[in-house]
Design a protein around this ligand. Sequence first.
Ligand code: DGL
Length: 287
Amino acid sequence: MPSVATERNTSTRRARVLVFDSGLGGLSICKEIIAADSAIDISYLSDNAAFPYGTKQAPDLLRRASAIVLAAQQQLQPDLLVIACNTASTLVLPTLREQLDIPVVGVVPAIKTAAAQTKSGCIGLLATPGTVARTYTQDLIRQFAANINVISVGSSALVEMIEAHIYGATLDQLQLGRILEQFEAQPGGQDIDMLVLGCTHFPLIAEQISTLRPAWQLLDSGAAIASRVLALLDRESATGTGHTLAQPGHAGLRHHAYFSKPLEQSARLNEFLDKLGFCAAQEFTGA
Ligand code: DGL
């Protein structure tokens, strides 16, 4: 993992982190980062012009996601980048790491943790169709869950429902129920005791999923990503970049949220952003 260039020695500057997703799911990761350290300055970028990513062909997605992330990196000059999208991370990380000299943290399904914790030997993986089909994901399963029954459901419909929900639509509980039933419809599905939320949109409706499947333990990667971000920034701050970290009770810092497609201002979205500590949505003009 590369370290931040040491000549950028701004002794009191806060660490700047760019968090990227196709839509609003990456805000579930921001929430964890902000909870872990309120003094990190976050720029969030949603590539809503190309949303959803989960149904895109791999070469198109690779091209699109790397181009917009590199443009944002140029414009916003973060110290660290988080690809808060399983669908993109399982594809673009090698390209981005090759091209950028800042740490790039990816978000991938927590299959290893679920496989280590399941008591029944059967876990569910709820992700996008792209993530479920990805070689990266299949390798994770082979490597860490070889003796576990991993039942996968890929749903882009659920991603779109959640996105619309944050913009103000009601979440259709019946449709959510039908999506979850796809787990029990597969061999061994009645034995699931853990559900891996392999898309960053899904933690945003963890409560609703738990209401429908109270026996399932839900697992997402948010807290682990926040720890990783802090560890990387802290390590780099120790090497002399001088980022200020961990200022408990820090007040007044507003994060920024950018969107690749101009938005009709949505009161619900801005309310959601505001609760997380973000300014109102802005257009990203660098793409
Ligand atoms: N939030 C993204 C993920 O973690 C995907 C959403 C999409 O399909 O665009 O996979």
